[in-house]
Design a protein around this ligand. Sequence first.
Ligand code: AMP
Length: 305
Amino acid sequence: MSLLVVGSVALDSVETPFDKIDDALGGSATYISLAASYFSAPVNLIGVVGSDFPKDYIKMLEQRNIDLEGLQIIEGEKTFRWGGKYHHDLNVRDTLFTELNAFENFNPIIPESLKKARYVCLGNIGPDLQIKVLEQVSDPQLVVCDTMNLWINIMKQDLLKLLKKVNVFILNDSEAKLLTEEPNLIKAAKLIRKMGPEILIIKKGEHGALLFTGDTIFSAPAYPMEIIFDPTGAGDTFAGGFIGYLHKTRDLSPKNIKRAVIYGSTMASFCVEKFSTKGIEDLSHLQILERFREFIKISSFNESD
Ligand code: AMP
């Protein structure tokens, strides 16, 4: 049973108060696939790059058992590039540039063998492209979708059409408020769930995440970290850990969805420890398990405590 991941594959130029890097590996599909690869294998990545995309990056993704049959490499084109600069407060980020390049005419084509995929993760790209992907998948059991403020601002109608077809929608708190024009997150969550997704996750950056499923509201903590090197991709990595764990366990009960949220947070905590994708390229299962247990420790609470 395949896990299909679609989204951007990028070369990122990132500046934080600690360091600066050019043409580093990035993109929503990249972070999601890497995070998911610790739980399910193979992960099938659908995306596009130009012929300038470094072979070393391809090699690293393949070594993590990420299947690149659905990655289009467009001869003579350049890869999607994104530049961002973080402020002293790492929650604040300016986008310096977005060069679509190979993405401009991207038409996601799902290989025949993957059209029956049961688990689909629609990483951050235009909702028009996310819809095109879903139209090619015959009977998905779980569709997880991420987005960003840009699409809420410029493609809201497409996004609303897409939301009717997704099971899990992941977005951050400011995006939830933007989408609903409702400043209260609990009210915003109710409004978003009426748009389609039965499960909603609102990420709150370094303050954790809120999960809404059935009648349950679960407040997941963030891992207390003294050093955050590069927050880029943390949200995508969260989504990858989340869907990877659900794909591995095939259990969509509220209890297991809570666990998946904590695995998502666990993977995101590794992501921000290093620049670009470095923090999630070479983890051991023991490291992941130990940090998952740390999450349990910091959030467990009894009346008698
Ligand atoms: P995040 O930090 O979770 O917002 O994700 C950052 C990643 O999103 C970077 O690696 C970028 O390459 C990618 N990205 C930035 N803007 C876009 C966009 N408009 N469409 C798709 N991916 C993007």
